[in-house]
Design a protein around this ligand. Structure first.
Ligand SMILES: Nc1ccn([C@@H]2O[C@H](COP(=O)(O)OP(=O)(O)OP(=O)(O)O)[C@@H](O)[C@H]2O)c(=O)n1
Ligand SMILES: C[C@](O)(CO)[C@H](O)COP(=O)(O)O
Length: 229
């Protein structure tokens, strides 16, 4: 048994403030999406990679990904992350486990992928997350309302891994209810299905705002990642 991964890449990267989709920006001479897809191409438990893409970037993405043997299809995304993923989910062949992973997270570790895959087979729904490091407060109009108990707070990442049937049911139900979530687990939670956490690492950042590119360069340097020009 192996898993399929859906990689949503159809965003605009507005918070990055760049003139192009952030997943097309280069890190060490390769686009971010190239680094992200490489993580799954190299994972022996992954057998198929599907992406959500913007119509106007289809040709560029196809060119970037031509050397990857596991990339099986690019599907046109929607106006929200959730719609992009649903578009792909509706088209892929049924399989045991589906992971969803943001194109904008190029540093997921092999260890996290293995734990997520094993976890999804055993418990149906597992996601990568790290414990919150900061003190988090609820603030109304710049006045603190209260302080949350940090020991129960986790910062959620992707990949998020589920059995295929469960994820499809969760996405279809969200569509019927007009529910829009900011991650995949939130759709599964609505079904009453327990979702477990795999302890990931702080390198698995999402490139969201410009300073994240500095962190990305530092992570690549630490890992000794070099690509030829
Ligand atoms: N309509 C959308 C919106 C987002 N994504 C993808 O979902 C992932 C996580 O989303 P986010 O970081 O919010 O990306 P953007 O939507 O591109 O960023 P922003 O919100 O700043 O515009 C990204 O890989 C992005 O390409 C997508 O496939 N389709
Ligand atoms: C799914 C996610 O990566 C979890 O952190 C995230 O929610 C995706 O997009 P967002 O718009 O930055 O919340």
């Amino acid at each position: 048994m192996m898993y399929t991964v859906i990689i949503p890449a159809a965003g605009q990267g507005k918070r990055m403030g760049s003139d192009k989709n952030k997943v097309l920006l280069e890190l060490k001479h390769r686009p971010v999406i190239f680094h992200t897809v490489s993580r799954f191409e190299q994972d022996t438990s992954c057998n198929a990679i599907y992406l959500a893409a913007r119509q106007e970037e289809l040709t560029e993405l196809t060119d970037i990904l031509q050397g990857f043997t596991k990339v099986k299809g690019l599907v046109i995304g929607g106006s929200e992350r959730q719609y992009s993923i649903h578009n792909v989910l509706k088209t892929i062949p049924p399989c045991a486990v589906v992971m969803v992973h943001d194109a904008a997270r190029p540093f997921v570790s092999h260890e996290t992928l293995t734990q997520l895959y094993d976890g999804a087979l055993a418990r149906k729904a597992v996601i990568a997350a790290v414990q919150v490091k900061d003190t988090i407060k609820v603030v109304n109009e710049l006045v603190i309302d209260h302080t949350l108990d940090r020991t129960t707070l986790w910062q959620v990442q992707t990949p998020q891994a589920f059995t295929y049937d469960l994820l499809l049911e969760a996405y279809n139900q969200a569509e019927r209810d007009g529910f829009l979530g900011t991650d995949d687990a939130s759709l599964v939670e609505r079904l009453g299905q327990p979702v477990s956490v795999v302890v990931s690492d702080y390198d698995n950042i999402k490139l969201t705002t410009p300073e994240d590119l500095y962190f990305a360069e530092a992570i690549m340097k630490k890992r000794g990642i070099e690509c030829s020009e």
